[in-house]
Ligand binder design. Structure first.
Ligand code: C2E
Ligand code: CA
Ligand code: CA
Ligand code: CA
Length: 281
């Protein structure tokens, strides 16, 4: 329930009240989880196509819930966005994953070039301190900003164009790279690809699923890869699950790939073992 101005009534029914109460409770629980260090970052390898060489990892947050076990982002990211808690949570994910990858850069032979991709929600983007915040994290972690990718979604590019362009410019001036996530699923026009300072297109899994079986999907994926090349952007195919998809995307000239075929997201210890045992040179 909202607080009323002096001369105004606030009308609410009991279900609105119950919703507000539930949201307040959920927010408290999420805040507590953050304070208690219950969130963990898992990392999913991103590989070079066609070689399959590991070139980077995407940070994907999980909640190690004391009673319910390991929870995926689909169970709490929406709520975190709704309540605004995504701002401190997103900050934590960025700081934790930059710290981890900087440690791998210096400790694991051959991993000096490893990239880290971090998801940024629209809510974080609208937050005034984003650029200063990101700059602070880069500085504190000591990571080479050139190894950091921030993933944003198309929907973000649709609103507030001028402000968005200038924030993206400022972020890129820090030396990091910008990727458009879930590319092709939004409703925006393609013209924003020229206007927005971006480096990477991530082709949504929805287009990759049918690529080896559905000629229309294959045509669409090919169009996106060509678009990327024409605009001098790197392309990353998401959700590659089988070798047919892999060879097709390699043949199309897609730059990078990510998916269960190569590796599922895993905790830092497992990823470190992978880094130590793969030939990264
Ligand atoms: P996303 O950014 O599109 O991340 C890719 C999702 O696809 C991940 O799900 C990943 O585990 C899954 N995936 C990767 N390869 C395959 C595959 O071959 N097959 C299938 N079926 N799935 C695959 P996850 O980890 O459950 O994350 C879901 C979404 O939650 C992410 O989608 C992202 O939008 C959001 N998310 C995760 N971590 C963060 C975060 O730190 N901040 C924000 N704002 N959002 C996050
Ligand atoms: Ca992503
Ligand atoms: Ca995605
Ligand atoms: Ca997605």
């Amino acid at each position: 329930a909202k607080t009323a101005g002096r001369d105004r009534y606030v009308i609410f029914d009991e279900s609105m009240y119950a919703d507000a109460l539930q949201e307040a409770e959920a927010r408290l629980r999420l805040e507590q989880a953050l304070a208690d260090d219950e969130f963990v970052v898992h990392y999913q390898p991103i590989v070079d196509l066609p070689s399959g060489r590991l070139i980077g990892v995407e940070a994907l947050v999980r909640w190690q819930h004391p009673e319910r076990g390991l929870l995926g982002p689909d169970t709490f990211i929406g709520l975190a966005e709704q309540t605004g808690l995504i701002v401190p949570l997103g900050h934590w994910v960025l700081a934790e994953s930059c710290r981890q990858v900087a440690a791998w850069h210096s400790d694991v032979p051959g991993a000096e070039q490893l990239r880290i991709s971090v998801n940024l929600s629209a809510r974080q983007f609208q937050h005034m301190d984003l650029v200063a915040d990101v700059a602070g994290v880069l500085r504190d972690s000591g990571i080479d900003p050139g190894r950091v990718v921030l993933e944003i979604t198309e929907s973000l590019l649709m609103r507030d164009t001028d402000a968005t362009i200038s924030t993206l410019r400022e972020l890129r001036d820090l030396g990091l790279h910008i990727a458009i996530d879930d590319f092709g699923t939004g409703y925006s026009s393609l013209s924003y690809l020229r206007r927005f300072p971006i480096d990477i297109l991530k082709i949504d899994k929805a287009f990759i699923d049918g690529i080896a079986t559905d000629p229309d999907d294959a045509t669409l994926a090919e169009a996106v890869v060509q678009l990327g090349r024409a605009l001098r952007l790197q392309t990353v195919a998401e959700g590659i699950e089988n070798v047919d998809q892999h060879s097709l995307l390699s043949a199309l000239g897609c730059t990078y790939g990510q998916g269960y075929l190569f590796a599922r997201p895993a905790g830092s210890a497992q990823i470190e073992a992978l880094l130590r045992h793969s030939d990264n040179t």
